[in-house]
Design a protein around this ligand. Structure first.
Ligand SMILES: O=P(O)(O)OC[C@H]1O[C@H](O[C@H]2O[C@H](CO)[C@@H](O)[C@H](O)[C@H]2O)[C@H](O)[C@@H](O)[C@@H]1O
Length: 257
């Protein structure tokens, strides 16, 4: 079974989250692998349908063309399979975050980007809300300023904070990429597993690979922004281009057996 994160692993990191797209080489390799392995699953913080939308490739296979693909979105709360999304209702805390976040950003003196001027950006994912600082004038400083107030907002609204690459997400507790991957492996009676990721949220999936009792490989899509995964991974490759090359080599090797 092959498991993959989306942003920073299949899709290169870009300033605006709405501009992220799967690398065409990765989609093409996955389309081959889908026919050669037991299952391909994407486990992502994105809504499952967003990963599919951003996985469209002009003139080549898109993610939706990967045979048997399953997408576990919103850290495992949502599932996309064969064009259908299943998803629980949003927790009530998300509506309160939506209401309170603009005031919090104003009090902290953090302007929002309008696409041209620098600022923070709010990404509303329906079942979670993310505050991005990549486009702020001082991305690290804005992230530091946000940490405590966002933690307090999460506590007030019954949510948890998921830290990532220049982003803090407020999302429901009770699910993470490790639990999502473990459940998927069990349901599919997987015989081996490879999981590739780039960010802190992928550490739980790395742990799942290590604890599941199957032959497993963890792959870090390396970046200068997050170094914790590289220290723990079995294989380290150079970002999404390295992941695509690895998937392509794997597809070639499996096809030649
Ligand atoms: O689990 P993932 O698939 O890795 O998703 C994690 C979050 O990724 C996205 O944000 C990251 O990618 C953006 C686009 O490259 C980048 O601008 C941002 O700085 C990164 O943090 C996404 O926007 C979030 O919703 C995901 O949860």
């Amino acid at each position: 079974m092959i498991g993959l994160d989306f942003d920073g692993t299949l899709a290169p990191i870009v300033p605006d989250p709405a501009d992220a797209r799967v690398a065409p080489e990765a989609a093409a390799a996955l389309a081959r692998l889908g026919a050669l392995v037991g299952a391909v699953v994407i486990v992502t913080g994105r809504p499952a349908a967003t990963a599919i939308d951003y996985g469209q490739v002009a003139g080549g296979p898109s993610l939706a063309d990967v045979p048997g693909l399953v997408v576990l979105g919103q850290y495992g709360l949502e599932r996309w399979e064969a064009g259908t999304v299943t998803s629980p209702p949003p927790p009530p805390g998300v509506a309160r975050v939506r209401e309170e976040l603009p005031g919090l950003l104003d009090r902290l003196g953090l302007p929002r980007t309008d696409g041209t001027r620098p600022g923070v950006a709010v990404e509303d994912k329906g079942r979670a809300v993310a505050v991005h600082t990549r486009r702020a004038a001082d991305p690290e400083g804005a992230l530091r300023a946000l940490r405590e107030p966002v933690q307090a907002l999460a506590a007030r609204t019954g949510l948890v904070v998921e830290p990532g690459r220049l982003v803090l997400e407020l999302r429901p507790a009770g699910m993470d990429k490790g639990q999502a991957l473990r459940a998927f492996l069990d349901r599919r009676a997987a015989r081996s597993v490879l999981f590739a990721g780039d960010d802190l949220g992928d550490l739980a999936a790395f742990e799942a690979v290590r604890d599941c009792g199957l032959p497993g490989v963890t792959v870090c899509s390396a970046s200068a922004e997050v170094t914790a995964l590289a220290e723990l991974a079995d294989v380290v490759v150079d970002g999404p281009a390295g992941v695509a090359a690895l998937l392509s080599a794997l597809a070639g090797a499996l096809a030649a057996r």
